[in-house]
Write a protein that binds this ligand. Structure first.
Ligand code: NAI
Ligand code: MG
Length: 353
């Protein structure tokens, strides 16, 4: 019996609705599969926790969850209680940093039965792999002088180690998909870091002879996302480019409520974290209309990470059958509730075993 210890952190708002829904889906998978078990421990770390304790999690929070196999997070944020920079930095950004989750990846695909704003929804099926620890989001730089003479300098950090690491991750993912990697570059405009990025991409690609590669400047690439999405399979990008592309991907999917994400620790020292792209959605709390698919698809990424890729594919297949049947929450044009979509997915899984 395989046993996976999962730290559930529903967080705030609809996180408290979609995390239990996705946990129920995983429990159903375990029950019908028979050969594996998910051991969930729930942590109440959130803005409400902050109101009681003056912090988002206990002082030894990282220590408490560092030996779990994964962190399954909902969403963090309740500006009526805690300013966003305190809640986000006090919890999820802490995990990303301290647990060396150096890669972020987000699959984006227009699910059947979901209206998208792009021309050919069926062509849109890709993964953005984003460097999550360095690049443009560095603290190196500074400001000098005030007034008219004021100067701000912001340095980007691109290490060979970090760059290679994210690229290898992208190639490994592509090997299990359509075997194509696009590098998001801007070496025609950014003088040092992007030519370096291109060189490393060339070097790394030599180790993956069966995978086709392409290099696109980020501006054109963003346009192709909308006009020619069939060009893409896996896209590897720096921290900033990846941030922008992955939000664009989520928008094209039709609703942020269906978009999944993973923050991956690659050195095996700490758990990876799985969280959907959306936030706590304060406008729809308590109405049972939050789309659970973002969180459930995120559970699929967690299954893949555990090496249970067959189960992961099955789960995505069942999600797609559900949307295709028109069992949709209001954000993607339907009338169904969170519970109905979740129940349909669970029934769909039972039917497939
Ligand atoms: P949001 O993603 O919470 O909501 C944006 C819009 O999308 C809202 O209209 C919401 O109702 C809708 N939406 C989001 N998820 C949905 C779902 N599953 N089903 C149906 N509709 C959904 O972003 P917003 O409003 O900018 O932020 C709200 C709070 O969440 C803030 O405190 C923010 O800091 C936090 N946040 C946290 C994130 C995280 O934990 N990773 C990511 C984004 C925002
Ligand atoms: Mg973003």
């Amino acid at each position: 019996m395989k046993n996976f210890k999962i730290a559930n952190i529903p967080g705030d708002g609809i996180g408290k609705e979609v995390v239990p829904a996705a946990a129920n889906v995983l429990k159903a998978i375990a029950a019908i599969h028979g050969g594996l078990r998910f051991e969930f421990t729930e942590f109440p770390w959130s803005c409400e926790y902050y109101m009681e304790h003056g912090k988002m999690m206990p002082e030894d929070g990282l220590e408490i969850i560092k030996d779990y196999n994964a962190i399954f997070l909902g969403a963090v944020g309740n500006i009526e209680l805690v300013p966003d920079h305190i809640s986000l930095w006090g919890l999820l950004i802490k995990f990303r940093r301290e647990f060396e989750q150096v890669i972020n990846y987000r699959p984006a695909k227009v699910l059947p039965g979901v209206k998208s704003k792009i021309v050919n929804p069926k062509d849109f099926d890709l993964i953005v792999v984003r460097e999550n620890s360095e690049g443009e989001y560095s603290e190196v730089g500074g400001r000098i002088f005030r007034g008219e003479d004021e100067i701000a300098i912001q340095n980007s950090i691109f290490s060979r180690r970090g760059t290679e690491r994210v690229m290898r991750f992208a190639f490994e993912l592509a090997a299990k998909r359509k075997k194509h990697v696009t590098s998001a570059t801007k070496s025609n405009g950014i003088f040092h870091s992007m030519p370096f990025w291109d060189e490393v991409f060339k070097d790394v690609s030599r180790d993956y002879s069966t995978i086709e590669t392409d290099s696109q400047h980020i501006d054109a690439l963003a346009a192709f996302f909308v006009t020619n999405p069939e060009r893409f399979d896996v896209i590897v990008a720096s921290n900033l480019f990846g941030d922008v592309l992955s939000d664009l991907g989520a928008a094209i999917m039709g609703s942020v409520g269906v978009a999944p994400a993973a923050n991956i620790n690659v050195n095996g020292k700490y758990p990876s974290m799985f969280e959907p792209v959306h936030g706590s959605a304060p406008d729809i709390i308590g109405k049972n209309i939050a789309n659970p698919i973002g969180q459930i698809w995120t559970a699929k990424l967690m299954l893949d990470h555990f090496g249970e890729e067959e189960l992961g594919s099955l789960l995505l297949d069942v999600i797609e059958n559900t949307t295709n049947k028109g069992i949709l929450t209001p954000d993607i044009g339907g009338k169904h509730t969170t519970s109905e979509v979740t129940e349909e997915i669970i029934e769909g899984l039972k039917a497939r075993f």
